[in-house]
Design a protein around this ligand. Structure first.
Ligand SMILES: Cc1cc2nc3c(=O)[nH]c(=O)nc-3n(C[C@H](O)[C@H](O)[C@H](O)COP(=O)(O)O)c2cc1C
Length: 184
């Protein structure tokens, strides 16, 4: 059982959003939270495409999510919504897999003009799986450098990230501060 499950919905090989989610995960591990990281790329493609509800990998993912105190779901914006592969995963999970679970939604996009994909696409997806979506974080590509250990290169969004992570941990009952020494 993990404190936090992070789901990364980018199919991209050198993914910006996944780098960001990995950084957030490593930050939380440094603060002694247990984190399970699920990348859509680790799920057999045939399970997703053929709708294999019996897939052992999917059953394990379901268990991880159901046992977590909180979940972070991240996706790039693709065509004004979340990625198709993230939806393929959620289509195969039980309808109430996020029941009563706080979820921090995170999206990265090429431009700010699709920021509302968070409110119109990702949050409704979380809600329909019975999760409780928090405000969330939206990053535009110019605020991120995927080649750096901490990919968040914009001070303002870095500050917002710390606040949202703190709020998320408070909501899931695991409040400890994310120290400035850890996330910088
Ligand atoms: C197929 C595709 C569709 C995209 N559609 C949008 C879009 O509609 N709006 C937007 O702001 N950015 C769009 N982008 C840009 C990505 O959202 C952005 O570069 C993101 O950070 C990529 O994350 P990733 O590296 O984790 O896949 C798109 C990129 C791709 C590859």
């Amino acid at each position: 059982m993990s404190d936090i499950v992070i789901i990364s919905g980018s199919p991209s090989e050198l993914s910006r959003s996944e780098k960001l989610l990995q950084y957030i995960g490593s930050t939380m591990r440094k603060e002694h939270y247990s984190v399970t990281f699920i990348s859509i790329k680790d799920i057999p493609a045939e399970d997703l495409v053929q709708g294999n509800y019996e897939s052992p990998v999917l059953q394990q993912i379901t268990q991880h999510i159901q046992e977590a105190s909180g979940v972070i779901v991240g996706s790039p914006v693709y065509k004004a919504a979340y990625s198709g592969v993230l939806k393929a995963l959620f289509d195969l999970l039980p309808q109430d897999v996020l029941y009563d679970t706080y979820v921090l939604p995170i999206m990265t996009g090429g431009s700010p003009s699709h920021m509302l994909a968070m409110d119109y696409a990702l949050k409704p997806l979380v809600s329909t799986m019975k999760g409780l979506p928090l405000k969330g974080l939206y990053y535009i590509d110019s605020q991120l450098d995927k080649h750096q250990e901490n990919p968040i290169i914009d001070e303002e969004i870095l500050d917002r990230t710390k606040k949202q992570l703190f709020y998320f941990l408070e909501k899931i009952g695991l409040k400890k501060s994310i120290s400035n020494a850890t996330i910088r």
